[in-house]
Design a protein around this ligand. Structure first.
Ligand SMILES: [Zn+2]
Ligand SMILES: [Zn+2]
Length: 241
């Protein structure tokens, strides 16, 4: 199901997946996918492509914010179907392969992913194009890679230079009517989340679209993000010695 609203920038087609929201980006030069959803989402992505008039050979690239199964679940299948290369930070290959050594609370994430891989017949994709912070990808008018580690070590956002819009992956989520930072059980390096949130805020993008959301309205998403930043990044009272 494509999420319909008049408020998305033109050419942005969010696809409501089972868990996450992959994005189909379309312009005159073709299409790009940001994330590929949970394994059962393949039909929804194909349907969204059909509705947007996009065939498999129109897809120029598959970009992954990170390698969790709810974002990379169809990367291998879409890579085969479209022939488009998979772009991700190299630190995400271990997640794609299901061998990332989770520790602490995030071990829960590892267990859930192992179960999901087992029941869905998940297949790992290879990263064809390794991404680094600052790379500008020649898609959709320019997408700048913004490394935002914490949720995973290679977690990246993509800043659309044409639309001044940051795709922020799982840095923060709007889920079940709650706006929150990446939950601890899904976070590999919790101490890196707040610096990444500060960096994302300081980019000052006009729009921000996370990898999970329940409000199909970019203005609401920006408002919720700013509220979260105001709370998490608020100046602390100085201790008087
Ligand atoms: Zn994730
Ligand atoms: Zn996610």
């Amino acid at each position: 199901m494509t999420i319909h609203t008049t408020r998305w920038p033109s050419g942005l087609h969010p696809v409501r997946g089972i868990m996450s929201v992959p994005e189909l980006l379309v312009d005159d030069e073709g299409a790009v996918l940001i994330d590929t959803g949970f394994p059962g989402d393949l039909g929804r992505i194909r349907a969204a492509m059909t509705r947007a008039g996009i065939g498999p050979r129109d897809v120029r690239a598959i970009l992954l914010t990170h390698g969790h199964i709810d974002h990379a679940g169809n990367a291998a299948a879409l890579r085969e179907w479209t022939g488009a290369p998979v772009h991700a930070h190299p630190l995400e290959q271990a997640h794609l392969d299901g061998v990332y050594p989770y520790s602490g609370l995030a071990r829960v994430c590892g267990v859930l992913e192992a179960v999901a891989r087992g029941v869905t017949g998940y297949r790992p994709a290879r990263i064809d194009v390794p991404l680094a912070d600052g790379d500008v990808l020649p898609f959709w008018g320019g997408l700048r890679v913004v490394h935002l580690p914490g949720h995973t070590l290679g977690h990246c956002g993509f800043l659309s230079l044409r639309h001044d819009l940051l795709f922020s992956g799982d840095l923060w989520v709007r889920f079940l009517l709650r706006t929150q930072l990446s939950p601890r059980i899904f976070t590999s390096a919790p101490e890196r989340v707040v610096p990444s949130l500060r960096r994302a805020r300081d980019l000052g993008a006009r729009w921000i679209v996370p990898g999970h959301f329940d409000v199909a309205d970019v203005r609401q998403l920006k408002f919720r993000f700013e509220e979260l930043c105001a709370y998490v990044l608020r100046p602390r009272a100085r201790r008087i010695v």
